[in-house]
Design a protein. Structure first.
Length: 169
């Protein structure tokens, strides 16, 4: 009887230690909101920096889905995979934040230009600049997506796709 209890406890402990819990985001949302600064008059529901991509809704944000989503533990990422994804996220996030802030500043400036009734050609130039920055930012996002996808196994990709559309708590 003692052996059964001991083996059961050992198996339970081993299973618990092997499970990969999702990595909590901590104060990341609060820090992003602080970095984003004041919200524009017409963007009270801004999601910074995601709203500043050319395609903000229909591409996955894989770093968050693999590391922070409540169901990410079902991926059973290895320690090496987690480290690689964290490196990608660490390299990508500062660039994304910097670029998103630049785009936000230009968009707010565009609003000010409209209020000043500047020439259409000036507005067109500002829009072209914003568009070019959003395209460049989205291309960086695609590199991040591909890099993280390459780290995942086909089974992990299927699991991720199954929960990707589910809202985080």
């Amino acid at each position: 009887m003692r052996k059964i209890i001991t083996i059961s406890l050992a198996l339970g402990l081993a299973t618990t230690l092997m499970a990969k819990p999702n990595i909590p985001m901590g104060d990341m949302k609060a820090n992003l909101a602080k970095m984003a600064g004041e919200k524009g008059h017409f963007a009270q529901h801004e999601v910074f920096p995601k709203d500043y991509f050319l395609i903000p809704k229909n591409l996955p944000f894989l770093a968050g889905l693999t590391l922070h989503h409540p169901m990410s533990s079902t991926l059973e990422l290895t320690k090496e995979q987690i480290e690689k994804i964290q490196i990608i996220k660490g390299d990508t996030m500062p660039v994304v934040i910097k670029d998103a802030l630049a785009i936000k500043k230009l968009e707010l400036g565009l609003h000010a230009m409209i209020d000043k009734e500047v020439e259409t050609s000036e507005l067109d130039a500002a829009i072209d600049k914003i568009g070019a920055l959003k395209i460049a930012l989205t291309k960086k996002h695609l590199v991040c997506i591909k890099s993280i996808r390459d780290i995942l196994t086909p089974t992990q990709r299927k699991k991720l796709e199954a929960y990707a559309g589910k809202k985080m708590k």
